[in-house]
Design a protein around this ligand. Structure first.
Ligand SMILES: [Zn+2]
Length: 393
């Protein structure tokens, strides 16, 4: 996908409160078989390749129910119980905590940072929604349990009937895509928002891998341009792994600026995708807290010094940078994660830049607690508008 946009028209569709703005766009290939039209942030005006495909893209955007208005009672924290992957215990064979999303929200509620009714529950991405960022061919490939076993890096998945995996594995990812898109809308409205899931940064239009079956970051860019008045997007990917999915999709898009700080010695080592990164900071296994935070600070300073001016910051906040993470192989402390998140949110605030955070990787048993504490810290520092619990007497 290469989606860019310009200034321009506002078109109203079925979303009464949402506008489509944009300009001379090259957009998202949306037609089946990859032959179709494109729509950029200008919607209709961006169609270049084939009117039939463009109309189809337009129809998909207009019929999408992923974005909806929520009342002021709700906080900019998006989560659904549907995020969690539960597969009759087989998921426990994987080194991942596949219900960490549920545990993050549990901690936040338990500690008084949010009440259950204040959480925004997203909708699942439909096939039409997904066809805005994926090819039909790719979505068809998810109908193979063998392919899902490869993407999920869990060989026993291949033994399950596909309809079971659709329900127990693909469906949670559909909700997480919906959650990332909805969180972007809340970020634009409230200044900052969090999808408790999402950050599936290894998945691109044609390919899933690394436990990422759907490309939610590409979806955020597409929907933000179509409905949220966003033209330029800054992606700050601080998961321990290189974000090769969005990098592949957004390659060559001059209105996207990608910062990626990652361990260069681990998966995916996608050298082709690296060409899309504007500021790359490669780390070695074992990198500790102090050096890590210095590198992130340096990267953010370089963004400030650049001429790029974003409308939305997508923060991929993987916590697999933590010490002892078997996949990330870095050595950052829990306090370091908190400082990192605070640094990125402060950067967004200093630049009056709406920020949407996605929790991405990091699935050790202690990650949920650390993410929850970091969100609580952001709230206490007035960088994320949750509710601050009253001070004890
Ligand atoms: Zn990762």
């Amino acid at each position: 996908m290469s989606a860019s946009a310009g200034d321009a028209d506002t078109i109203r569709g079925t979303h009464a409160s949402q506008s489509c703005s944009g300009g001379e766009a090259e957009g998202v290939e949306a037609a089946e078989g990859g032959g179709g039209g494109r729509v950029g942030s200008d919607g209709v005006g961006g169609i270049r390749e084939g009117m039939a495909g463009g109309v189809e893209t337009w129809r998909r955007l207009m019929q999408s129910a992923l974005l909806f208005d929520v009342d002021g009672e709700k906080k900019p924290l998006v989560y659904s119980e549907e995020y969690n992957v539960r597969l009759f215990g087989v998921e426990k064979l994987h080194p991942f905590d596949s219900v960490k999303w549920s545990r993050i929200v549990h901690f936040l509620i338990h500690d008084g940072h949010i009440q259950p009714h204040q959480v925004v529950e997203p909708r699942a991405a439909t096939n039409d929604d997904l066809l805005l960022v994926h090819s039909q061919e790719y979505l068809n490939s998810l109908r193979s349990s063998f392919n899902l076993a490869i993407i999920g890096e869990l060989p026993p998945l291949a033994l399950f009937p596909n309809f079971v995996l659709q329900h127990r594995v693909v469906r949670p990812f559909r909700y997480q895509v919906g959650g990332s898109v909805m969180a972007a809308k809340l970020a634009m409205e409230r200044g900052a928002a969090v999808n408790v899931g999402g950050g599936l940064h290894h998945c691109s239009r044609h390919r899933g891998m690394g436990f990422c079956a759907l490309a939610d970051i590409s979806a955020v860019v597409t929907f933000a341009r179509a409905f949220l008045g966003v033209k330029r997007v800054l992606i700050v990917d601080l998961d321990a792994h290189q974000g090769n999915g969005h990098e592949t999709d957004l390659m060559g898009d001059v209105d996207v600026f990608i910062v990626d700080v990652y361990n260069a010695g681990i998966f995916p080592q996608d050298h082709e995708a690296k060409a899309a990164i504007r500021i790359a900071k490669e780390l070695r296994s074992g990198t500790g807290t102090r050096h890590y935070l210095d590198v992130v600070a340096q990267a953010l300073q370089e963004v400030s010094a650049s001429v790029f001016r974003a409308d939305l910051l997508v923060y991929n906040a993987g916590t697999d940078i933590l010490a002892n993470d078997p996949l990330g192989r870095l050595a950052v402390s829990a306090e370091g994660v908190q400082q990192r998140d605070e640094m990125v949110f402060q950067f967004a605030k200093d630049h009056s830049l709406p920020i949407v955070m996605l929790t991405s990787g990091g699935y050790q048993p202690n990650n949920a607690r650390i993410v929850a504490d970091s969100l609580a810290n952001l709230s206490a520092k007035h960088l994320l508008p949750l509710q601050v619990p009253p001070a004890p007497y």
